[in-house]
Each structure stands twice: as C-alpha cells, then as structure tokens.
Design a protein around this ligand. Structure first.
Ligand SMILES: [Zn+2]
Ligand SMILES: [Zn+2]
Ligand SMILES: [Zn+2]
Length: 118
C-alpha cells in the first residue's frame, strides 16, 4: 500500500487524519546514501517562520540572505499596490492603481477595454 505519511514529521496524512487537507505530494532524499522516498508534506511542515514577524507562514519567499519572509513583511512587494481586484476579462488579479474601470467592470492593465476613454 502506498504510504501517505508526511516525509518531514512522519505523521499520517491520509484522509480523515486532519492532515489530508493542504498536504502536497513530495519526495525526499536527505543524502545520496539515503532511500529516496515519495509521500507528502503536510501543511505544518510547509510552513516557515518569517524572519521578520516570527509568524509561521505557508506562503513566503526568500530574502537575499536566504531567510524566509512572509508576503506581508517582504519589502520587495510594492506596498502601494494591493492586488485585490480581479479582471473581468482574463481573471487575473489586478490593483485599483493600475486597473481600468469601465461600464461597472474591472479590467487589468493588459485588458484595456475597447471604447475606454473615448
Ligand atoms: Zn508534516
Ligand atoms: Zn512576516
Ligand atoms: Zn485582464
């Protein structure tokens, strides 16, 4: 039977364990002499501690120093731009700063609607 454990914490991630949700298929080999394993990584083990706010976060990127940093603390993210709008044309996330609003619809930068500004 296929093992459904998290390869990091070795806990069962099969359906009904509470770790089934948000698990991702993963493989792991610690060194060339170790067994190559396939299984899953549970949500808890996907999380990294943000080097700035010390919160455990699943979505993060890395700084130049290879520290994990959450999106909220990432200085590279342009704080003026909040991508909370959705383009009615292509469905991409867009930002009110750059979006076009036309006939009660929202369009991203790439989807400037015909007739806009006429
Ligand atoms: Zn785990
Ligand atoms: Zn943070
Ligand atoms: Zn668009």
């Amino acid at each position: 039977m296929e093992q459904q454990i998290c390869l990091w914490c070795r806990e069962d991630t099969s359906f009904g364990t509470g770790k089934f949700v948000n698990r991702i298929p993963a493989s792991k080999q610690d060194s060339i002499d170790d067994e190559y394993e396939t299984g899953y990584q549970c949500a808890d083990c996907q999380a990294e501690e943000c080097s700035v706010c010390k919160q455990s976060v699943i979505e993060y990127s890395f700084t130049e120093n290879c520290d994990a940093i959450c999106y909220e603390c990432n200085p590279d993210e342009d704080e003026d731009y909040v991508y909370d709008r959705e383009c009615d044309d292509c469905g991409a996330k867009t930002c009110a700063e750059v979006a076009y609003f036309y006939e009660d619809k929202t369009f991203c930068e790439d989807c400037c609607p015909d007739g806009y500004g006429e």
